[in-house]
Design a protein around this ligand. Structure first.
Ligand code: FES
Length: 508
C-alpha cells in the first residue's frame, strides 16, 4: 500500500461547510478547524462570544484527523521524568493535573453534547522489552512517585500484551476516541450555537490592527482576538518557531489473530511506539504509531512504514497493514506546549508544541485561551506561556535545532541535484533539479505533465524536499508543507511555492 489512508476517514460522512466569500465580523477569529480551534470556538460561543472559524481545507483534515485517537494524560511521549529535568516537582504535578483536566473536559463534552465518537475509558500500560527500556521505565516510575501518579507494577507474566516483555506498569485513567467523529461533532455544535465555520478558506494575510483583518482568497474577517489553532502558527514568529521542532510520525492499522486487550500501550523505545485498538467496518484492528523523525530530514519514508510493519509482524503475526498514514507533530524545546498570547500581541493567541498529545493538549489550549479571552485566566497560564525561555536546560536543544535550521538554509542550497533531466522523474514523483539560476522543485503528475516550482519556502527561505509517501514538498526548517503543485498544506507559510519556467534544455 503506497497511499495515505487513515482508519478514521472511512467511518465518517463529513458535513460540508461553505467557503468564505465576503467580509464578516466576529469577536474572535479562530484559524484552524481541528480539536484546538473547534474546542476554543465552542467554549467561547457558549460564553456568548461570536466566533468565526477558518479552515484551509476540511474540518479535521489537519493534525487532528491523523491523530491515533489516544487520550493518555499519564503516558506522555515526553516522559514525566524528562519534564522534571526542566521543571520543578510542583510544576510537573500541575502538568499532570492539567492533562487530566483536559481529558475530563473531553469526557464531559462527549456526555454533555451526546457525541457519538467511540469514546471509552481504558487502562494504559508502559512496557519495556530490553534492559535499556527497563532503565528508562525505572526512571519514569521514580518520576511518577515524585508527582504522586498512581500506577501498578506488573510482573512479566501479568502483562496483557500478547508478546513477552521485561517489565510492564499499569496506569489506569486513560481513554480513546474516534478523533474525526469528535471534531465534526464539535463543528456542528459551534454552528448550532451561532458560530460560523468556513472550509476551503486558507488565510493569505493577517493584518495586525484594531480590529485584526484576516484575509482569505475570497473574503475577510474583522475580529478583536485571533486564535492561531494551526499547530505551528502561520506567519512569522521567529522566537516561537525557533523553539518548536517539526517532526513526522507514522501509523499503521492492521488485523491480528492475537489482539491485545482494549487498552493503550506505550513502549520505552526512542522514539516510542504506541498501540491501541481501533475499529472499521470489517471489525477491530490494532493501530500502531511511531518511527518519528524531524520533518524533511528523510526523503524515502517507505522504510519508516517497513519498520513499523516489522514490529507488528514480530509481535502480532501481522500479514499486511490495512491502513498507513503519517502525521505532522510539533515538539517544544522543554517538553511542554506553548499556549497563550504571543509576545507583545495580547490579542493574538498561539498553541503549539503538543508532541503526540494533540487531543489533550488541544483541549487544554482551548480551556486556557478561552479563559484568557474571557478574562478568567487561571494559575496555569505562566507554565505554558509561549514566551517562556528556559535558557539553561533547553539551551543544548535550541542550539542544535537552530543550527539544524541554519544548516538547512545554507547547506541545502549546495545539495546535489536529484535528477539531471525531467525524464529521470517518474509519474507521481518529485525531485530537486538544477536550473539556470538556482534549484528547481520539479513534479511529474500522473498524466505526465511537469510542474516546475521554486523550492524556496515562502515562509523564511529554506529549501523544501520531496516527501515520497505524502507526495508533498516539506520544509525542514519550521515544518511548512506544500502539495505537489505548491499549494500550502500546513505550517507557517501563507503563500504557495512560486511556479517557475522549466529550462528549455530540461524539457522532455
Ligand atoms: Fe519556515 Fe519553511 S517553514 S522556512
Amino acid at each position: 500500500m503506497s497511499s495515505s489512508r487513515t482508519v478514521w476517514q472511512e467511518a465518517i460522512r463529513p458535513f460540508i461547510f461553505r467557503k468564505l466569500v465576503n467580509q464578516v465580523s466576529a469577536d474572535v477569529a479562530v484559524i484552524g478547524a481541528g480539536i484546538t480551534g473547534l474546542s476554543t470556538a465552542l467554549m467561547l460561543q457558549e460564553a456568548g462570544k461570536h466566533t468565526v472559524v477558518l479552515e484551509a481545507r476540511r474540518v479535521g483534515s489537519g493534525v487532528s484527523g491523523t491523530s491515533s485517537g489516544c487520550l493518555a494524560p499519564m503516558l506522555l511521549d515526553v516522559r514525566y521524568g524528562d519534564i522534571l529535568h526542566h521543571f520543578s516537582v510542583e510544576a510537573t504535578r500541575k502538568v499532570l493535573e492539567s492533562q487530566v483536566e483536559a481529558l475530563e473536559t473531553i469526557a464531559w463534552m462527549v456526555g454533555h453534547y451526546r457525541i457519538d465518537c467511540d469514546f471509552r475509558w481504558i487502562d494504559g500500560y508502559l512496557y519495556a522489552e530490553n534492559e535499556a527500556g527497563n532503565r528508562l521505565l525505572q526512571k519514569e516510575l521514580e518520576a511518577f512517585g515524585k508527582i504522586d501518579l498512581p500506577c501498578e507494577k506488573l510482573t512479566p507474566g501479568e502483562s496483557p500484551l500478547p508478546f513477552p516483555v521485561e517489565r510492564a506498569v499499569r496506569v489506569p485513567g486513560q481513554a480513546r476516541l474516534h478523533p474525526l467523529k469528535y471534531v465534526h461533532a464539535l463543528a456542528r455544535r459551534v454552528e448550532r450555537l451561532g458560530g460560523e465555520i468556513y472550509e476551503h478558506s486558507p488565510v493569505i494575510a493577517l493584518n495586525h490592527g484594531d480590529p485584526y483583518v484576516v484575509t482569505t482568497a475570497e473574503g475577510s474577517v474583522l475580529a478583536n482576538d485571533i486564535v492561531l489553532a494551526t499547530h505551528t502558527p502561520i506567519g512569522f514568529h521567529p522566537l516561537l518557531q525557533s523553539k518548536t521542532i517539526p517532526c513526522q510520525s507514522y501509523a499503521i492499522g492492521f488485523r491480528t489473530p492475537i489482539p491485545p486487550q482494549d487498552a493503550l500501550f506505550r513502549d520505552m523505545a526512542e522514539p516510542c511506539h504506541t498501540l491501541r485498538i481501533g475499529e472499521d467496518e470489517q471489525g477491530p484492528l490494532v493501530i500502531l504509531a511511531g518511527e518519528d523523525h524531524r520533518t524533511g530530514e528523510i526523503r524515502e519514508t517507505e522504510p519508516c512504514f517497513e519498520r513499523l510493519e516489522e514490529y507488528a509482524r514480530q509481535r502480532f503475526g501481522m500479514t499486511s497493514a490495512d491502513y498507513r498514514w503519517s502525521a505532522p507533530i510539533f515538539r517544544s524545546a522543554d517538553g511542554l506546549p506553548y499556549i497563550g498570547s504571543a509576545l507583545e500581541e495580547p490579542h493574538l493567541y498561539v498553541a503549539t508544541g503538543f508532541s503526540r498529545q494533540g487531543l489533550t493538549c488541544g483541549t487544554l489550549a482551548a480551556l486556557l485561551i478561552s479563559d484568557e479571552i474571557l478574562g478568567m485566566a487561571g494559575p496555569l497560564d505562566k507554565l505554558y506561556d509561549p514566551n517562556r525561555v528556559k535558557p539553561l536546560t533547553t539551551a543544548p536543544t535550541l542550539v542544535l535545532e537552530n543550527l539544524g535550521a541554519l544548516a538547512h538554509f545554507f547547506g541545502d542550497r549546495l545539495r546535489r541535484s536529484e535528477a539531471a533531466d525531467t525524464d529521470e522523474i517518474a509519474p507521481g514523483e518529485g525531485k530537486i533539479m538544477d536550473g539556470d539560476s538556482g534549484k528547481l522543485a520539479v513534479y511529474r503528475d500522473d498524466t505526465g505533465e511537469i510542474h516546475c516550482l521554486s523550492p524556496i519556502c515562502s515562509h523564511a527561505g529554506c529549501l523544501v524536499r520531496w516527501n515520497t509517501f505524502e507526495k508533498s514538498w516539506d520544509c525542514p526548517c519550521h515544518g511548512g508543507r506544500y502539495d505537489a503543485t505548491g499549494h500550502v498544506l500546513n505550517g507557517p507559510p501563507l503563500s504557495p511555492l512560486e511556479p517557475v519556467p522549466l529550462p528549455l534544455r530540461s524539457r522532455s
